[in-house]
Design a protein around this ligand. Structure first.
Ligand code: TXA
Ligand code: MG
Length: 305
């Protein structure tokens, strides 16, 4: 049963965990300033403690209360919030986003989610809310209420049903540190959109790293084979584009990247339930949203991104 925004906010205030819908994927949320609650998130997900969490806030003013934004960070926030962009910037408030939530770093990841119910919960609670994807560590992120409940519902005192996630892949993580802007995790906001706003991006470097970008991640139980031309013996083929494999399993029969992103993790889960010999995936173009889709596919297949 779905909790109301008010019930969810009360659970957060009691130091309990909440399943929170966002436009990208479902999150497992807690009070960002409560180290015990944050520890319970790491425990429920089986997540290594060196991997920091994203603090979700209701608007850009609240973001600047916990992080130090320069010009480019402000421009990114104005252009893409509310929405699927996470900004990593120097931390300003080490109490409202506790050390454990930041994995002890001097930076903090912040985002204003595009989903109205997520913002309603955060506003009702009144402080930053950390929310990693609600999957158990290493598995595909949940993009429906039922999948979120199945993954980590056991650890949540309240679960808010926000319907199926419109975007289906996680937010783009961008670091804005020392006057340099770099993409740490490709996501729903594309590199092209970001560069159109602030010019060519940095390739990253010292300090511009995401501790949590493990090689094997987002993986279903069945082995995943990417850039496949056809299904092998006992495999399910997730196609892309017209007339590729069984359309029931297609990421997008019309070859639409938005549709493919929205379907990706859901298809992984559905295919897994059939216990196939493997999951084969057709080639997906690399540009635009395709960068995030290919990143998740490579990691699901066990390649370093
Ligand atoms: O779309 C999303 O971002 C979803 C929804 C629920 O908001 N959340 C999500 O959180 O994907 P999570 O914890 O699964 O991924 C957060 C990513 C990790 O790769 C982590 O290493 C990185 O953000 N990250 C967090 N804080 C960071 C920091 N201070 N510096 C560098 N990377 C950071
Ligand atoms: Mg995740």
């Amino acid at each position: 049963m779905s909790a109301s925004e008010h019930q969810a906010a009360e659970a957060l205030a009691r130091g309990e965990l909440v399943l929170l819908p966002t436009e990208t994927v479902y999150g497992l949320a807690a009070d960002a300033g409560d180290a015990r609650a944050v520890a319970a998130i790491f425990e429920a997900k089986g997540r290594p403690r060196f991997n920091p969490l994203i603090a979700h806030v209701a608007d850009a003013t609240e973001a600047e209360a916990i992080a130090v934004f320069d010009g480019p960070a402000r421009r990114l926030a104005e252009a893409f919030w509310p929405g699927p962009l996470t900004i990593v910037a120097p931390v300003r408030d080490r109490e409202r986003v506790c050390d454990l939530a930041r994995a002890g770093l001097d930076s903090v990841a912040v985002r204003v989610p595009g989903h109205a119910r997520a913002r309603a919960v955060i506003s009702a609670f009144g402080r930053p809310v950390v929310a990693p994807s609600a999957n158990r560590s290493g598995r595909p992120s949940p993009t429906t209420f039922a999948d979120a409940v199945e993954e980590t519902g056991f650890a949540a005192a309240a679960a808010v049903d926000g319907g199926p996630c419109a975007v289906g892949v996680e937010s783009t993580v961008v670091s804005v540190l020392d006057g340099r802007v770099a993409v740490l995790r490709p996501g729903a906001v594309t590199r092209e959109e970001i560069e159109a706003l602030i010019g060519p991006l940095d390739s990253g470097g010292e300090g511009h790293r995401s501790p949590g970008r493990m090689a094997v991640h987002y993986a279903p139980d069945s082995p995943v084979r990417i850039n496949a031309e056809a299904a092998g013996e006992g495999e399910i083929l997730l196609g892309f584009g017209p007339h590729v494999g069984d359309s029931r399993w297609s990421l997008s029969p019309t070859g639409d990247l938005r549709e493919a992103a929205a379907n990706l993790f859901r298809r992984f889960r559905e295919a897994d339930r059939e216990k196939p010999a493997g999951i084969a995936v057709s080639p997906v173009p690399a540009e635009g949203l395709g960068e995030a889709i290919n990143d998740r596919l490579r990691r699901a297949a066990g390649f370093v991104g």
